[in-house]
Design a protein around this ligand. Structure first.
Ligand code: GLU
Ligand code: ZN
Length: 298
């Protein structure tokens, strides 16, 4: 890949403030892109307004700037891409890849994967087109994903995922008329991103996203999944486990802690600028631990 071809991104969901796990993903994708002299974008995955904090773009840009991140172009917002997502659903419907799912929560209880109740019943192009055009609040739209997906993750190695075991027919348009994360992320990442560096909790979503890109005839990026950070109680750091916001942490020591957890060679930095200069120069993707999880206290 030549430097000009490298486009990376950090894509947080605005369901809470950025925490230490977010910092690790941001740092790994940033260093990887900048070391390759590539572009690095920040995209806010704000397609789920009921779960979003107010003013997320303002908060996230403030936090990322305070940690010394510099991104290319304006902040991208998934909420401004909804026309594109709808056009991709219309394409999938033309290809007879969509069906309407009226399953209730109770219908799906006890099933890890979609059990296929509606697959055959409602695979009707004009009914799906009608559903795409008008909300009914009672049915979702799913995409038929029935082929295995293999890919080589640049950190975690060879992955092979089968629809009957690892994922099923996935929701692309929710009952409340919001586009699903799988669809939005697949469409955006295939739209110019060359390498996705993110947490290993998303490895299983990658297979579904690759399947969607393939159905749409889009070029997939490369993937590198970094270990997910666990807190002292062995839970993934997340908004749900009330992970502390990085706004409340001392910047340089927190950057150095994240750097260490990413398995990088020891560096020292007196200030934020010095940290990034040294970090970008010394970044080696090969040193990132090939683990899906990591202890925060390491
Ligand atoms: N926005 C999603 C999240 O924060 C996806 C992140 C990604 O694909 O990098 O979980
Ligand atoms: Zn169903």
């Amino acid at each position: 890949m030549t430097p000009a071809d490298y486009v990376g991104r950090f894509a947080p969901s605005p369901t809470g403030q950025l925490h230490f796990g977010s910092l690790l993903a941001a740092m790994a994708s940033y260093c990887d892109a900048r070391k390759a002299q590539g572009l690095w974008h920040v995209r806010i995955d704000d397609i789920d307004p009921p779960r979003s904090i107010p003013n997320a773009p303002k908060h996230f840009s403030h936090t990322l700037k305070s940690y010394g991140f510099i991104w290319d172009g304006p902040l991208q917002l998934q909420s401004s891409h909804t026309k594109l997502y709808l056009s991709k659903l219309e394409q999938l419907n033309q290809q007879l890849q969509l069906f309407i799912c009226g399953c209730s929560r109770a219908d799906l209880t006890g099933h890890k994967l979609y059990p296929g109740h509606c697959t055959k019943k409602h695979n009707d192009k004009s009914a799906v087109a009608h559903r795409l055009a008008s909300s009914d609040r009672e049915t979702a739209v799913r995409v038929i994903v029935n082929k295995s997906v293999s890919f080589t993750d640049l950190i975690q190695g060879q992955q092979h995922c089968r629809p009957s075991i690892d994922f099923g027919d996935t929701i692309v348009l929710r009952k409340d008329d919001l586009f699903s994360y799988a669809l939005a992320c697949a469409v955006d990442d295939a739209n110019g991103v060359s390498r996705v560096v993110r947490g290993a909790d998303l490895l299983s979503s990658t297979a579904v996203q690759l399947a969607i890109m393939k159905l749409l005839g889009l070029n997939p990026p490369e993937y590198a999944h970094i270990p997910v950070v666990l807190n002292r109680d062995k839970q993934k750091l997340s908004k749900q486990t009330l992970a502390q916001a990085i706004d409340d942490m001392p910047v340089v020591p927190t950057l150095l802690h994240a750097w260490r957890l990413l398995g990088q060679q020891a560096i020292d930095a007196a200030n934020i600028d010095a940290f990034w200069r040294t970090a970008i120069e010394n970044w080696e993707l090969d040193r990132v631990p090939k683990l899906s999880q990591l202890d925060e206290t390491l």
